[in-house]
Write a protein that binds this ligand. Structure first.
Ligand code: CA2
Length: 144
């Protein structure tokens, strides 16, 4: 049975590819899902990609990742990255490794994006490569 990698996406990422391509690129979340699924097939992994605009859904899905024995979670928590102690605690509460993912590099942007409650709890962070950040995070998850 292939192991599953959860790919969890937070608020507004459902709009990816429709606005602000200069910051986030032109790939949609479906494009990213397709790219990850192609690579996952080669690696013998399965992708379970989800998006929600609600913080509690992301918390529940982190718990679920552990409950179903997922290999890893790739987490782009969107703006919750910079605000959510609940996500920080959820990452700490599970043993499943969580890799923080960002399309942009938050450290080159506004000061309010420089703090990451997710990053403080995550195993690793990949940021600034656009859609490729997700693929690089999958490569990292595979090697864990
Ligand atoms: O760079 C990233 O991946 C971010 O997680 C994206 C978040 C932002 O709040 C973080 O600081 C960095 C924002 C996602 C919003 O996505 C949009 C997609 C299309 C149009 C507008 C927003």
């Amino acid at each position: 049975m292939p192991q599953t990698v959860f790919v969890l996406n937070g608020p507004n990422l459902n709009l990816l590819g429709t606005r602000e391509p200069e910051i986030y690129g032109s790939a949609t979340l479906d494009d990213i899902a397709g790219m990850l699924e192609d690579r996952a097939r080669e690696l013998g992994l399965e992708i379970d990609l989800r998006q929600s605009n609600h913080e509690g859904h992301l918390v529940d899905w982190l718990h679920e990742a552990q409950a179903v024995g997922a290999k890893a979670v790739l987490l782009n928590a969107g703006a919750f990255t910079h605000t959510s102690v609940a996500l920080h605690d959820a990452i700490k509460a599970i043993r499943t490794p969580v890799i923080e993912v960002h399309l942009s590099n938050p450290h080159t942007r506004e000061a309010f994006r420089h703090t990451s409650y997710v990053g403080m709890a995550a195993k690793a962070t990949i940021a600034g490569f656009g859609a490729l950040s997700y693929l690089l995070a999958l490569e990292g998850a595979y090697r864990l």
